[in-house]
Design a protein around this ligand. Structure first.
Ligand code: IVH
Length: 664
């Protein structure tokens, strides 16, 4: 492969990106795409001098910032006047007509994307900077984060010398839901809606983390532009699409206010099928010349208005408030509602978030309440109809003890939340055991939520180790549990003992450690004991582990009850070795490695990688050694290898061995 081939590969990948992200039509199967992408990465590893900022690989940035630089917008980013009323929309149109003294107006109606406003600047066809709106005059420089959006062209031939394009960064519903699922697994707080998730993601200083949360973009506006010769918004949108930018998939140009309202209703009918959250329409004068005549007020242009659709709401009665205790002891109040139809689903429960919220909204049992679903997964109680409050409505008091069956554990007030402080709280115990056994963790078939409830209530389970003490005769005879099911359950429990180490690490429920991170931890250490004895400094070396996560892991493994529990699990025969993940027919099968010198990752990480690919690692060089993997300042082992004629390789060569498909 020469440089020309490399450039062609870049082009090919860009073409597939445009087909996939912009035209929503994959031009090759995912697998083939991944192969091309891997090929690109391995070429770039061999020839770092070929890589330019517009390579498809550079869309996943790697710079960690300590704070955002500020960028002053050449043309301020204004906001829009808002209305929820069709009458006001008619007033707006009449005002524009008046100001234009009877000249005919063509209106353009676009979806109002509910994302985070950004402005991107291209100079001579290259993306040079990206900024948030900030206060409209100055925003955060989020160039690195924006580069992670694969839909976005980084270099476009044939554009005006200066091209500033504006639009919204958003997170699609599936990506948002997946992100929240991962956060739930990791015990991190959930984002209330997709908009908050995108805003939170753009604020991350480490663009590597941003790259893992798929953001998307849609563009609709112009900042500074030189020499494009465009006369109206509809042409501008077409030009944007032609340059490869993602634009709204639907917009309409109409004449007259009646046609405008009709288009608005059409949009309302279509918007739920869009890829992005839409909370309304933006109605604009199409002609740029007419916009110039209309001008702006200090806050907003006179040529546009935002019309917001009312969020979907329903009114119902609050029957009761129940309390739930989570895995970490946080108590959440839940509204039990008279079932009501909302956005096509029946809603009978809604979150009340926390007690401050209940107080602030003055919510009482028996009240008529308004529930709303505005892109959130769980509906929320947004309002109380206090005027309709029945006399017997009851003030909601916080529980004084944990809502779990024990009902005796004291609660501690921690900021917004009550937390159960009891180490043996059965409510928390149930959530922890359910997490341990569930499909994503130890995957014990048959040990579902209902059975865990029963076993804990009967006093047969109080920690992970108890699971491995269950016998067939203990469980046979429980509710919906015959002899055969009991045998199957015990079999599944026994089988789970040899699960890969990452499943156990994940199952332990260490705060901030989700399944993905558990895999990385298992890969970085030869066994659980090595992970347990790792210091905070060592843990930070593992990919994706930061200070907070490292401390959380370190502290979890310093708690005496955790160590006691792990000892019991060891006695029960659970697998503590990463090696169990060995790919017996891996590419390193039959090869013996000696590792020496300073490498880019901790040595155990290489050791477990070699083992997981079927190779072996030994401590000293002999004629049987296949390769010596040598880093900087390798000493006597390197000399011995040379003497014996053992092949010495560096990290890049090792990667090629380990991933032969990438070696071209
Ligand atoms: S045009 C001078 N078009 O909604 C401002 N804005 O509520 C011109 N927005 O500030 C903005 N979709 O952040 C425009 N199709 C669209 C939009 C849109 C969403 C955002 C934008 C704006 C805010 C106003």
């Amino acid at each position: 492969m020469n440089k020309q081939d490399y450039l062609e590969l870049c082009q090919e990948i860009r073409r597939h990106d445009i087909a996939y992200y912009i035209h929503a039509q994959a031009s090759i199967p995912d697998y083939d795409y991944d192969q091309l992408y891997q090929k690109l990465l391995s070429l770039e590893k061999k020839h770092p001098e070929w890589v330019t900022p517009d390579s498809p690989s550079q869309k996943v940035g790697g710079v960690v910032l300590t704070e955002f630089r500020q960028i002053t917008h050449r043309i301020p980013m204004q906001s829009l006047d808002n209305t929820y009323s069709e009458a006001e929309l008619r007033d707006f149109a009449a005002r524009v007509d008046r100001l234009l003294e009877g000249r005919e107006v063509v209106w353009i109606l676009e979806p109002k994307v509910d994302g985070v406003a950004v402005s991107l600047r291209y100079e001579k066809g290259r993306l040079v900077s990206a900024a948030t709106r900030g206060d409209g005059v100055t925003g955060d420089d989020i160039t690195e984060n924006i580069r992670t959006i694969r839909q976005l062209p980084l270099e476009i031939p044939g554009t005006p010398d200066v091209l500033e394009v504006r639009g919204e960064v958003y997170m699609s519903f599936p990506s948002f839901q997946q992100l929240n699922r991962m956060r739930e697994e990791a015990g991190e707080p959930l984002f209330a809606n997709a908009r908050n998730a995108s805003a939170g993601t753009l604020k991350l200083l480490d663009s590597k983390l941003v790259a893992k949360r798929p953001l998307s973009l849609v563009l609709y506006g112009a900042g500074e532009i030189t020499g494009a010769g465009l006369e109206k918004q509809s042409d501008f949108l077409k030009a944007l699409a032609g340059w490869g930018f993602p634009v709204p998939e639907w917009w309409a140009t109409v004449r007259g206010v009646d046609a405008l309202l009709e288009a608005l209703h059409e949009l309302d009918g279509r918007r739920r099928s869009f890829n992005y959250p839409t909370d309304g329409a933006v109605i604009k004068v199409d002609s740029f010349e007419q916009r110039g005549w209309l001008g702006s007020t200090s806050k907003a242009p006179r040529w546009a208005i935002a019309y917001k659709f009312a969020p979907e709401q329903a009114e119902t009665t609050l029957r009761a408030v129940t309390f739930q205790v989570g895995r970490s002891g946080v108590i959440t109040p839940v509204a039990e509602l008279e079932p009501v139809q909302l956005s096509g689903t029946t809603v009978s429960r809604a979150t009340l978030h926390n007690f401050e919220e209940i107080k602030r909204k003055d919510i009482r049992v028996g009240d008529r309440v308004v529930v709303e679903k505005a892109g959130e997964i769980i509906p929320a109680v947004v309002k109380v109809q206090t005027s309709q409050r029945p006399k017997q409505a009851q003030v909601i008091t916080a529980p004084s003890v944990c809502p779990c069956p024990r009902q005796s554990s004291e609660l501690a007030w921690e900021g917004l939340f009550y937390k159960c402080t009891h180490a043996l709280c059965p409510g928390q115990t149930k959530r922890r055991l359910q997490h341990f056994a569930h499909r994503g963790a130890m995957d014990i078939e048959g040990l579902g939520e209902a059975l865990v409830e029963q076993l804990v209530d009967k006093g047969m389970l109080s920690n992970f180790a108890d699971i491995y003490r269950l016998r067939t005769e203990d469980v046979a005879g429980l509710e919906r549990m015959g002899r055969k099911s009991a045998e199957n359950l015990i079999h599944a429990i026994t089988q789970s003992k040899v699960q890969p180490l990452w499943r156990l690490i994940f199952g332990l429920g260490i705060p901030h450690v989700g399944a993905g991170l558990a895999r990385k931890l298992a890969a970085a250490y030869p066994d659980l004991d090595a992970l347990i004895s790792a210091t905070v400094e060592e843990l930070i070396q593992v990919e994706d582990v930061g200070e907070i996560v490292a401390r959380s892991i370190y502290e979890t493994f310093r708690r005496p009850e955790m160590l006691e529990l792990l000892e019991q699990l060891r006695q029960a025969g659970l697998n503590f070795q990463s090696r169990q993940e060995i790919g017996k027919d891996g590419p390193l099968k039959g090869l013996t490695f000696v590792i020496t010198g300073t490498l880019s990752k901790p040595r155990p990480s290489f050791e477990s990688e070699i083992r997981s690919l079927g190779g072996e690692v030994t401590g000293s060089v002999s004629s049987k050694t296949s390769y010596v993997l040598a880093g900087d300042e390798a000493g006597s082992k390197l000399d011995k290898a040379r003497k014996l004629g053992v092949k010495v390789i560096n990290e890049a060569e090792f990667e090629n061995l380990a991933r032969p498909s990438g070696g071209l």
